[in-house]
Design a protein around this ligand. Sequence first.
Ligand code: NCD
Length: 317
Amino acid sequence: MAFSARHLLGIENLSRNDIVSILDLANQYVTLNRQAHKHSDTLAGLTQINMFFENSTRTQASFEIAGKRLGADVMNMAMGSSSIKKGETLIDTALTLNAMNPDLLVVRHPHSGAVDLLSEKVKCAVLNAGDGRHEHPTQALLDALTIRRAKGRLHRLSIAICGDIAHSRVARSNIFLLGKMENRIRLIGPKTLMPSGIDQFGVEVFDDMNEGLRDVDVVMMLRLQTERMDGAFIPSSREYYHRWGLNAQKLAHAKPDAIVMHPGPMNRGVEIDGDLADDIHRSVIQEQVEMGVAVRMAAMELLARNLRASNNGGIDV
Ligand code: NCD
């Protein structure tokens, strides 16, 4: 396995080999996760702490299940009632936790860069579960595994990422990952939701869905991230659905076997038609959730191996 990083902070600094290593190992965990007995001892004796400073349903549950299936002792910090509310800084909280000797720290934070900063202060491996609008590496990895399994490959595909690109860490991490694997990436959405300078990322930009979706293999929809908007970026959600919401008519412009993805949580009738999201012949949204557990198991196993190797190295010296 060619994965040598100490933390998983983003996709930007990963190599193609790193990505393939995680996906190959995750594939094995998909098989384990479909068996009646899902437990392994890979992380036995290790402590995993999940610190979510932003609401999360699937990502937090997914990391918790992943750690438990691998035999780690998993603890979820209730950040709403933590000392952060009493004025303690992120770094003080991190140092306090560090003194309890965790091995894996899973962190989601509303500020871009907060997880990188924290990783410099602690001894354990840090996994970024989403920082502001910066990166969400395990989401891009689970998306990649879903695409690879559905399409039989992860290169030379035409992939449309649609909607609120400007506020989306999912889009950023996917642009890095899918670009490294040599896919054609199209971004589709209103001009007000396109980040400035996006054309430097080697992508094609469209503001018309029918045009942008023409002959694509994969359609990735994004949620309108109103919590990160200060002001009005779209006329109304009705108008948004009319122009940029995915329905069967717009999807008809893509390849006949194009798959539909969404990281969740979904706003049915805003960015995607509810029936289409539930159509098992087109939508792989439930597979994405399943791949999420497997990818997180793989990422934590690889980081734990590197951690053990560096600890042993320390003792030998
Ligand atoms: C995404 C996130 O939190 O960035 N959700 C997720 O992790 N499944 C996308 C979103 O919130 O819209």
